[in-house]
Structure formats: structure tokens, C-alpha cells
Write a protein that binds this ligand. Sequence first.
Ligand code: SMG
Ligand code: MG
Length: 369
Amino acid sequence: MKVQAIELRRISLPLVTPFRTSQYTEYERNLLIVQLHTDEGIGWAECSADDVPVYWSEYLDGAVDVITRVLGPALLRAGNLTPATVSEILAPYKGHRTSKCALEAAVLDAWCRSAGISLADHLGAVHTSVPVGVSVAIEDTVEALLERVDEYLEAGYSRIKLKIEPGRDVDTVRAVRSHIGDEVMLQVDGNGAYSLADAQHLARLDEFGLTLVEQPLAFDDLRAHAALARLMRTPICLDESIVSLRAAADAIALGACRVINIKPCRVGGYLESRRIHDLCLGNDVPVWCGGMLESGLGRAANLALAALPGFTMPGDISATERYFAQDITRPFVLSDGRMELPGGPGIGVQPDLEVLDAVTSWRTTIRPD
Ligand code: SMG
Ligand code: MG
């Protein structure tokens, strides 16, 4: 397959409620949409970097720059390529995994569409629907948080994930656990806001029967996570720390986690995600698919990944209405705590071009020199 042109658009989708984590509050989701033109048809994907580098080092303006000046031209120069060669072509350029993921995902979509197969089948999916959870933002008051949790449980989510931060952790989790009862699957995410000095405090979370505690400590401190893991009964799950297959292997070998959150945009793509999945499956480490408040394009691709056999825990792949009043694709809905894979070739959905135009604030096309 030959890449002929790469169209980039910045879009902005207002969030139905602000998304507040220990690091940042987001009011609208600004994303980069990739439309890849190849000699075998079109591929769609998104680059899910944030406006500012707070979740991790990548951010949207940086993604625009590196795709426009470096990664995009490299793909255009590459001649014939397959999805598997994209990461090799882009390997000389260090980092920028979210941008690399967007380009690889667009190639995968074009490739699968032209072959008439779904991305899910291409990746080796074994399910046609997957259980999904919801990530609940930090609220000013416990009352507001309980209301939000009730709303999501009523919608049927299979598990609740609470964002926590110092000062909003043990007491908050106690209130939510006693409100929802012991049966509901509950987990927490610190987004790296704690240090090993908080170990005794974090260990107090053990009494709430949590499924896991996600990324409590700094992203680049596997040893501290391993030390914390020895002090807590609740399994540690890593998110920000797992940037590659190698990082996943290190984390497992060090005992830094018992569960891994796989986010394709964090590890450089869907094929690296599958390699991490395979490693975890071989080591009895359950995985689940993380989320970055994606548009329907990223959501559809994440669903395909989440249908692989090792994804035994509900992912952060929530219904469209949890994020946006209007998405660029048809809405994704929940049914009995699960979400159906779209089916159809490629990622199985396409943007509504009228809606896409309406939310686009900037666009450019990268062509061969
Ligand atoms: O897509 O539902 C979603 C968001 C899930 O909590 C979520 N993502 O650390 O896991 C995480 C966060 C990262 C996004 S913060 C902008
Ligand atoms: Mg996380």
C-alpha cells in the first residue's frame, strides 16, 4: 500500500461534563483527526494527545508539528508499506508514540477496509462485544460524586473507576463503597499523584475491596511501584509507566504491577498493544483497554483491541453520551454493561463529514515533496 497524502484536522468536541483528574481539568476534547489517502483507499484515525503535556509528555501542538514535518513525510517517502512496517519506518524518530499510533491506526484502517476485513479480525479478536466501565472524574463534593456514580450505575456500567488525588482518596472511596455496596467492581486511578512516602496511607485503600489501584506513583518509577506492591494487598495496575513492550516486560519482571492498562496511543500503536497483550497473556497478567476521551474513531479501534482474549477486565470505553452531545461518528451505546464492536471493514465507522467540517478549526494536507 502506498500513502499518497495525509490530511490533518484539529477538531474540538465540548465535553458534557468537565473531566477532572489529579493533574488537570478538561472542558472540551481537542483532537487531531487523520485522513490517510492511499492507492488502496482511505483510512481514518485520531491522535489523542491533550492540549497540554500533563497526562504525559505529548501534546497536540507537538503532535501537529512532528506529524507535519517528520513522521508524515517519512510515511510518504516510504513507498510500499504494510501496517506492520509503519513502526519500523517511524522507529528512527524517538518518542512521539501518540502521533505514531495515529498514523499506524490510519494505515491499519485503510489496509483492513481495502481487504474487506475488520480491524478486530485483523488483530485476532475473539469477542463481538466487550464489558465496559466508566472513569469518574474528581468532583468538588462527595455528594456530587455519589450522584455521578449513581447515574453511571443506572446506565449499566460494569465497573466504576474513581480518579483520586491526595486529600480525595481514602474517605472518598469509603463513601462510594458504602454507597454502592460490595458487589460493584470498583477501582481507583491516581495518575501518578503520590510518592512512596504515601505508602501507608495508600495501603488503607486495601479495606475497600478494590479491583486495582492504577498508577499511584510517578510514571518513571517502576522500583517504587514494586516496593508499594509489597506493602498493599490491592493489585497495582500501571498506565503511564507502560510505554512499550519492553516497559511492560520490565514492570512484570520487577513485580511493579499485577495488571496492565493498555492504551494504544501511549505505546505507539495497536500492533505494539497486541504484543503487550500477548506478553501479559503468557504471564497471567490481566489487561484492560484504557481511554483518552476519544472520538468515535479511537473508540471503535479500541473496541477492536479490547476484544482480544487477554482483555479480561472492563475497559475505559464508555458510551458516547458520557463524553459528548455530538460526536463525529455515530454514537456508541451501552447494552447490559457491554458494548458491541461495530463490525464492517476497518474500524467499522466513519466520520459524518458535515459534522466533521463543523467541528474542524484548522486543516492541512501533507503531500510528497
Ligand atoms: O476515555 O473514558 C475515558 C477516560 C479514561 O480516565 C481515563 N483516562 O489516566 O486513565 C487515565 C485517563 C487519562 C486521560 S486524562 C486526560
Ligand atoms: Mg490512568
